[in-house]
Design a protein around this ligand. Structure first.
Ligand code: ZN
Length: 415
């Protein structure tokens, strides 16, 4: 086992660990460890909300979740000799839930998928499904099942939702400028267009006092992916993957967390995949001056590993960039097209007895494939969603007999 460079006691908040974590991106957050290039390390992670979501049958915890503390990240880990302009080469050697499963924190034998309430987080289908809901998953080896989603069972494609390097002061200022400009186009929107820096809930490792207040005023929220990597939520960042992160500050300062037992492309429920705490083993190395050598000037590049569930039969749903309620045509809008593909899949699954919320939870967590199929056939972008048929213990394929409707239980709700 590689040396643990960031350890987590799953029974404690990230504020109370031997080395506290952080929940904003800022170059001044001090490194917790420094390692030479060509080193393997283990990083332990707490679930992204710092353990606010419980193994229970109510979604009040999701409805009322305090998002000012998210995401709780482990690190930063500095790499000796890393300089701005280098590429940090991160090989994902292994990852998984918490090895000891005696406690109550997510990752200790279980995880969850939530649908955020529209007023507190929202999600990809928040207009159709504005209420908070939750499904709790039990892990057995690589397999996940849920008492809230009977009839579904699948092999997870385990991955970190969020890893990245620290931004420079200049890059951080650029992020804040462009995101504030976006927010200003519709400042009252629910859910908001973006999340500006927020002093409430800020954690920045060992920083306190005025240094901590400054990180709260300037530090970027961790929700989106940006030029440092960040919250990619790419399900294929699994074992065997090699990710090449741009380096923006001396030492690179790698941090991350938000481990997922499984996720569908798009992480459409936002809260999100199957969320858990756990461990990740990585090998870190450098390509000196790699950003200019490979023209990696904005976002990371990566090579997926070859470990993933082997599903070979899919039922695919198609969506186009049309608002079918109003018959309004949107020009080549791939986001709208994918949303329609998701809604079409939800309506189909409802015919078998699932609620819309249960279907939404399945699409957020199971290893579905989302594809941008066409973006040139004016005016309609076309996206498709590939749902593996074998994750259901009944036949979901269409036939002349019609769908086999049954009692599919219920997911946890907030009432
Ligand atoms: Zn996540």
């Amino acid at each position: 086992m590689p040396d643990v460079v960031f350890s987590v006691d799953q029974s404690r908040s990230m504020r109370d660990q031997a080395a506290p974590g952080h929940n904003r991106w800022h170059p001044d957050i001090p490194a917790v460890a420094t390692v030479p290039p060509d080193t393997s390390i283990r990083i332990e992670c707490r679930e992204w909300t710092d353990g606010q979501i419980l193994n229970s049958d109510t979604a009040k915890d999701v409805r009322d979740v305090d998002l000012s503390v998210a995401h709780m990240l482990s690190g930063p880990v500095a790499v000796e000799g890393a300089e701005p302009g280098d590429l940090l080469v991160v090989d994902i050697l292994d990852l998984g839930p918490v090895p000891q499963t005696r406690g109550e924190a997510p990752g200790e034998g279980w995880g969850y998928t939530g649908i955020f309430a529209k007023e507190n987080g929202g999600g990809f289908l928040t207009e159709e499904y504005p209420q908070a809901c939750k499904a709790v998953w039990d892990f057995r080896g690589q397999v996940a099942t849920s008492r809230h989603l009977p009839g579904v069972r699948f092999t997870g494609i385990t991955h970190p939702g969020l890893f990245g390097t620290a931004p420079s002061h200049d890059l951080l200022a650029k992020w804040n400028e462009r995101e504030r400009a976006l927010i200003a186009t519709d400042p009252g929107r629910v859910p908001p267009l973006a999340l500006p820096p927020l002093e409430q809930g800020v954690l920045a490792g060992t920083l306190g006092g005025s240094d901590l207040e400054r990180v709260g005023r300037e530090g970027a929220r961790t929700v989106p992916a940006r030029e440092n990597g960040g919250n990619h939520d790419i399900k294929n960042f699994s074992r065997g993957s090699r990710v090449l992160y741009p380096v923006h500050v001396p030492g690179a300062k790698l941090s991350g967390g938000d481990l997922h037992f499984s996720q569908g492309d798009g992480e459409i429920t936002f809260c999100g995949a199957i969320e858990m705490g756990g461990f990740i083993d990585m090998h870190v190395d450098l390509i000196k001056d790699g950003m200019s050598k490979y023209a990696v000037s904005t976002n990371p590049i990566f090579m997926p590993g070859n470990v993933e569930p082997r599903y070979t039969e899919f039922l695919s749903f198609i969506g186009i960039s049309v608002d079918h309620k109003t018959n309004e045509n949107h020009y080549n809008d791939a986001t709208l097209a994918y949303r329609n593909a998701c809604l079409n899949a939800v309506e189909y699954l409802k015919q078998f007895g699932y609620s819309g919320e249960q279907a939404y939870l399945i699409l957020g967590s199971a290893p579905i494939e989302g594809r941008v199929s066409g973006v040139v056939d004016i005016p309609n972008a076309c996206c498709s969603l590939y749902l593996p048929t074998a994750i259901f213990d009944f036949d979901i394929k269409p036939n002349a007999e019609g769908p086999r409707r049954a009692d599919r239980g219920r997911c946890a709700v907030a009432q």
